[in-house]
Design a protein around this ligand. Structure first.
Ligand SMILES: *[C@@H]1O[C@H](CO)[C@@H](O)[C@H](O)[C@H]1NC(C)=O
Ligand SMILES: *[C@@H]1O[C@H](CO)[C@@H](O)[C@H](O)[C@H]1NC(C)=O
Ligand SMILES: *[C@@H]1O[C@H](CO)[C@@H](O)[C@H](O)[C@H]1NC(C)=O
Ligand SMILES: *[C@@H]1O[C@H](CO)[C@@H](O)[C@H](O)[C@H]1NC(C)=O
Ligand SMILES: *[C@@H]1O[C@H](CO)[C@@H](O)[C@H](O)[C@H]1NC(C)=O
Ligand SMILES: *[C@@H]1O[C@H](CO)[C@@H](O)[C@H](O)[C@H]1NC(C)=O
Length: 681
C-alpha cells in the first residue's frame, strides 16, 4: 500500500518540474474544459479536445501568461524540433494577444508552419496583468517527424508529453505573426492526462466561441528582407520516393528564399577574381560587419531560410542547404554575384551537411538521422530519380547536424560527423555508442538501405563533443573543429565553482589519415581543454592543458594526459566553431565562429584565420597549444559582438571557397538568412 502510493507520487513528479501542477479545469466564460498545466509563476497552459478515439482531431489551446512574458510557446510533441509549436505573445497595438504557428528544424528559431490552421476563440485578450490566447488548432494532433513518419496524439493518453518555453523579451514585431523572437529564458517538459481535457460537446462549444473578426495581425515576411518580384522560381516536383515524397514544404517560405540578385541570362562580362563592390538587387547587410585590413566582404544573397551548409558543384554553381526547405542552387556570375535561385531538392529535414562526390555526379546531404544521395547534373543544377539512403540510424536529439566530407585522396570514403545528444552525453564515452565521434563509410560498398551509423564503418576519433567543422590539409589528413560544452563547473573536494564564462576552450583537433581507423579518445565528456587558466583556482594550469570537471582518486587531470588526445589549438570558449577550410597552399585555416547562447557578454559571431606551418612533413597550427590565445586572428567580425544573439548579428555557419580564394559564407541569424562573399580587398 505504502509502496504503491510512493511510486505514484514519484511518477507524478517525473512528469512535472517542481512547483508545477496539472489538473482539469473549466473556463467559465466558454464552458470549455481543459487538461491544464500551471507553471507556479502565473502561466497556465490548457489543452482541450473532443471525446474521440484517435487522431486527427481539432484541439483548443489556452495560454494565460503574465505580461512579464514577452512570448510563451507550447510544443505539441514535448520537444523543440520537428513538432508543431504554438507561440503566443501580446500585441499592445491592438490590445490583444496573437498566435504564431511554427516548427523548428533544429535548435534554431522556429519557422512559420503552414500545416496547422488556427482560429481565435473568445477570451483572447490583454489586460494590465495578463495576456490570454484561446485558439482552435486544426493540424496540431498529427504531424510528420524528422524522418517523415506520421506522429499522432493519442486522445486517451494519460501522460502525453508536452513542453513550454518563455522569454521576457517581446518579439521584434509584435503585430506580425511571422516576427523573429529571441531564444527562451526558461523552458520545461511535462505531461498532461489528455482524458482530463476531453469535452463531450466539443464542436458545439468551439462553434459558440469562435471569433469571426480576427484580431488584426500582419503576416508580412520581414520588413527588411527583399523579395524582387521579378525573380522567377524554377521549382521542380518533389522527388517521388523516400522521405521527400511525404514531406511538404511550407509554401509560404518559398518567396523569401529567392531573394537574390537578378542578372541577365547572357553575361559576357569579363571574369572578375576579386570581391564585387555590390550585387544588384541584393539589400544591404542586415547588420554591419567589419573586416581586417586587406579583406573585404559583400552580401550576395538575403531573405534565405536558415542557410547552413554550402558547396560548389563542378560547374561552379553554389549549392545551399536551407534548413526547413531543402537544397537550392544558384549560378555564380563573372563578377562573383549570384544568379536566380533554383530549388534542387525539396526536403525540409535536410539541415546542414552537403557534399559532392569527387566526380561531382552524386550529391550527398544529411538530416539528423540519415545521409541521402542523389544523382546530380551540374549542367542543369538538378537531381534525377529518388534519393538513396547511404547512412541511417543516427540520433534525432541534441546536436542534430551531421557534417559530410570526402577525403580528396580517398574518393570512395564518406566522412560523417555526429555530435553529442546533450550537453553532457555520458554514454558517448563508449566508442560503440556512435555519438560524439567522426566515422567513415565506404560509399562504393554501401548496402541497400544504407549503413547503420553506430554499427558500421570505422572511427576517426571519438570523445569529440560536436566536430561540426571538418577540413583536409595538404597531406590529405583530416582536421576537426570542436564545439565544446556549456555551463561547466569545476568541483574539488565538494566545492563547486562556476567556470563556464571562459572555459572550456573550443578545439582544433587532428583526426589523421581518413584511410585508417583512429580509435583515439579525444576526452569528451570527461577531459576538457583550458581556455582561461586563472579562473580555475584550485591549481595552476596553462592554456590548452586538459582538466576534469571533478577530479577524484581514480581520474585526475593527469589521467587526461595519458588517456585523452589533446587539442592542437584552443579557441575562446563558446565561440561555437562550425566550419573550417584551408587556403590553397595550406598556410591558413579559416574558421567560422557562430557564437553561443552560453556566454554573456556574447562572443564569436566572426571568421578567424589560423596560421598553419608544415614541419617535418606534417601540417599544424603555427602557434603552440599553450600560446593559443595568440594563435589566430579575426578577419571578419560584428562591431558590437557583446550584444549579439540568435536574432542579432551576422552568424557565420559554412564556407564554400572558390578557385580565386574567395569565401562564400552563410549566416543563419534569426533576423535574416544571408550569404556574403569574403576575400582579399
Ligand atoms: C498569420 O496569420 C494568418 C491569418 O491572419 C494565417 O493565415 C497565417 O498562417 C499566420 N501565420 C503564422 C506563422 O502563424
Ligand atoms: C503592453 O501592455 C501591457 C498591459 O497594459 C503593459 O504591461 C506592457 O508594458 C505593454 N508593453 C509594451 C511593450 O508597451
Ligand atoms: C486579467 O486577465 C487575467 C487572465 O485572464 C485574469 O485572471 C485577471 O483577473 C484579469 N485582470 C483584470 C483586472 O481584469
Ligand atoms: C571519478 O571521475 C571519473 C571521471 O569523471 C568518473 O567516471 C568516476 O565515476 C569517478 N569516480 C568516483 C568514485 O566518483
Ligand atoms: C555549439 O556549442 C554551443 C556551446 O558553446 C551550443 O550552444 C550550440 O548549440 C552548439 N552548436 C552546434 C551547432 O553544435
Ligand atoms: C599562400 O597563399 C596566400 C594567399 O592565400 C598568400 O598570401 C601567401 O603568400 C602564400 N604563401 C606561400 C608560402 O605560398
Amino acid at each position: 500500500m505504502r509502496r504503491s502510493h510512493l511510486s505514484a507520487a514519484v511518477a507524478a513528479l517525473a512528469g512535472t518540474a517542481i512547483g508545477d501542477s496539472t489538473s482539469r479545469y473549466c473556463d467559465e466564460a466558454s464552458s470549455i474544459c481543459y487538461s491544464g498545466w500551471n507553471s507556479g509563476n502565473g502561466v497556465t497552459i490548457g489543452v482541450a479536445l473532443p471525446k474521440v478515439a484517435k487522431a486527427p482531431f481539432d484541439t483548443v489551446l489556452q495560454i494565460i501568461s503574465p505580461v512579464a512574458n514577452g512570448w510563451a510557446g507550447f510544443s505539441w510533441g514535448g520537444t523543440m524540433p520537428y513538432v508543431p509549436l504554438t507561440i503566443g505573445w501580446p500585441n499592445n497595438a491592438s490590445n490583444t494577444a496573437i498566435y504564431s504557428s511554427r516548427m523548428a528544424y533544429g535548435l534554431s528559431l522556429p519557422q512559420p508552419y503552414d500545416a496547422a490552421e488556427y482560429t481565435y476563440l473568445k477570451g483572447t485578450g490583454l489586460n494590465a496583468t495578463h495576456w490570454t490566447l484561446n485558439v482552435r488548432c486544426r493540424g496540431c494532433s498529427q504531424w510528420q517527424d524528422v524522418d517523415g513518419n506520421l506522429v499522432s496524439l493519442n486522445p486517451s493518453d494519460t501522460a502525453a508529453p508536452f513542453a513550454h518555453a518563455f522569454a521576457s523579451k517581446l518579439p521584434a514585431q509584435p503585430a506580425n505573426n511571422r516576427s523573429t523572437f529571441n531564444v527562451h529564458t526558461k523552458f520545461g517538459h511535462w505531461s498532461l492526462d489528455l482524458t482530463l481535457g476531453q469535452n463531450e460537446d466539443f464542436d458545439k462549444l468551439v462553434a459558440a466561441n469562435l471569433v469571426e473578426e480576427q484580431p488584426p495581425a500582419s503576416s508580412s515576411v520581414s520588413s527588411t528582407s527583399s523579395i524582387p518580384t521579378s525573380s522567377k522560381v524554377e521549382e521542380q516536383p518533389p522527388v517521388s520516393s523516400g522521405v521527400s515524397s511525404t514531406i511538404s514544404v511550407p509554401t509560404s517560405v518559398l518567396p523569401s528564399t529567392l531573394s537574390t540578385s537578378i542578372r541577365p541570362t547572357s553575361t559576357p562580362d569579363p571574369v572578375q577574381t576579386g570581391v564585387p563592390s555590390s550585387c544588384s538587387g541584393v539589400d544591404p547587410l542586415h547588420f554591419p560587419l567589419l573586416t581586417a585590413p586587406g579583406w573585404k566582404a559583400v552580401k550576395v544573397a538575403g531573405g534565405l531560410t536558415q542557410p547552413r551548409g554550402v558547396i560548389f558543384d563542378k560547374a561552379g554553381n553554389l549549392l545551399l542547404v536551407q534548413n526547413g526547405l531543402g537544397i537550392t542552387g544558384q549560378s555564380v556570375g563573372p563578377d562573383g554575384c549570384l544568379g536566380t535561385a533554383k530549388i534542387v531538392v525539396t526536403q525540409r529535414n535536410l539541415n546542414h551537411g552537403i557534399y559532392l562526390s569527387a566526380g561531382g555526379k552524386t550529391l550527398f546531404a544529411s538530416s539528423a538521422t540519415s545521409v541521402f544521395a542523389w544523382d546530380y547534373d551540374a549542367a542543369t543544377m538538378s537531381v534525377s530519380g529518388s534519393s538513396r539512403i547511404i547512412v541511417t540510424g543516427m540520433d534525432s536529439k541534441g546536436h542534430v547536424t551531421r557534417t559530410l566530407t570526402i577525403p580528396p585522396k580517398r574518393p570512395n570514403l564518406l566522412v560523417v560527423s555526429h555530435g553529442s545528444n546533450d550537453n553532457f552525453d555520458f554514454e558517448s564515452g563508449n566508442i560503440k555508442v556512435g555519438r560524439s565521434c567522426v566515422k567513415v563509410f565506404d560509399i562504393s560498398k554501401a548496402p541497400a538501405g544504407g549503413y547503420n551509423y553506430a554499427a558500421d564503418g570505422y572511427n576517426l576519433g571519438y570523445g569529440l563533443r560536436n566536430e561540426v567543422g571538418l577540413a583536409f590539409d595538404g597531406e590529405g589528413m583530416l582536421w576537426g573543429i570542436e564545439n565544446s560544452s556549456d555551463e561547466i563547473h569545476r568541483t574539488v573536494n565538494g566545492k563547486s565553482v562556476d567556470i563556464h564564462l571562459d572555459n572550456p576552450a573550443d578545439e582544433i583537433n587532428f583526426l589523421g589519415d581518413p584511410a585508417k581507423a583512429n580509435k583515439d579518445w579525444y576526452g569528451y565528456p570527461t577531459c576538457y581543454t583550458v581556455w582561461k587558466p586563472d579562473v580555475i583556482t584550485d591549481r595552476k594550469f596553462r592554456v590548452g592543458d586538459q582538466f576534469v570537471l571533478a577530479p577524484n582518486a581514480t581520474f585526475s587531470d593527469e589521467t587526461c594526459k595519458s588517456k585523452s588526445k589533446a587539442a592542437k589549438l584552443a579557441i575562446q570558449a563558446h565561440s561555437a566553431p562550425l566550419d573550417a577550410v584551408f587556403n590553397s597552399n595550406f598556410t591558413s585555416m579559416y574558421i567560422t565562429l557562430h557564437g553561443s547562447w552560453n556566454r554573456s557578454p556574447s562572443t564569436g559571431y566572426k571568421v578567424i584565420e589560423v596560421p598553419f606551418t608544415k614541419r617535418g612533413g606534417n601540417f599544424s597550427p603555427t602557434a603552440q597549444l599553450s600560446a593559443s590565445a595568440n594563435g589566430y586572428n579575426d578577419i571578419l567580425w560584428n562591431p558590437d559582438v557583446e550584444h549579439c544573439s540568435t536574432t542579432q548579428c551576422f552568424r557565420p555557419v559554412s564556407i564554400a571557397k572558390d578557385r580565386f580564394e574567395r569565401m562564400y559564407i552563410t549566416s543563419d541569424s534569426g533576423a535574416e538568412g544571408e550569404i556574403i562573399i569574403l576575400g582579399r580587398a
